[in-house]
Design a binder for this molecule. Sequence first.
Ligand code: 3PG
Length: 214
Amino acid sequence: MTSQASASRDDILLALLKAARVVPVITIERTEDAVPLARALVAGGVRTLEITLRTAAAVGAAEAIIAQVPEAVVGIGTVLTPLDLARAKALGARFALSPGATPELLNAAAETDLPFVPGIATASELMAALVRGFGVYKFFPAQQAGGIPALRALGGPFPQARFCPTGGVGEANAAEWLAEPNVVAVGGSWLCPAADIRAGNWDKITTLARRAMQ
Ligand code: 3PG
């Protein structure tokens, strides 16, 4: 992929994440929960969703949301291998995210036009992604890897880098992260508690989403 192509891939990501501001990290155990969950989030104003490849139901869940909830902007998360990335593209996901940045995954992602957010927690990981043309990163696990002071420190040598911090971000600290100039969006699982998905508490999830968007 040319550097022009990687720049436009990042432009797409930046537009998408800046519009989103909050990206729920979603783990779906039962395929039938996918559509009502996505509708509940969309009803609360949260349209950009990360469906993680952590369960057997994940692929079917993402397919169902893409087919039945056109307002949702679906990204595939927990992309660990080139095969996961190919699966995300085949599903019709709009973007993909990883908790990490292995050379194999970065090389595969550099060859596709699917906007990709590698996960980084250190300068070396960021540099491995940067040399392959990636400029938007998931800072993971954000809180545990040093929180806002660590992100500010990374902003020194990498002033152009833009981040979506995830891991330990929640209602109590999302606004603080979003106030950082190099943060374009935050991610987290707090909008979709497993117990509420299991119980079908869709109104509560809409309320959580609405609160997050405020
Ligand atoms: C992720 O994969 O991004 C994290 O599991 C989300 O972290 P959280 O559960 O602390 O929000």
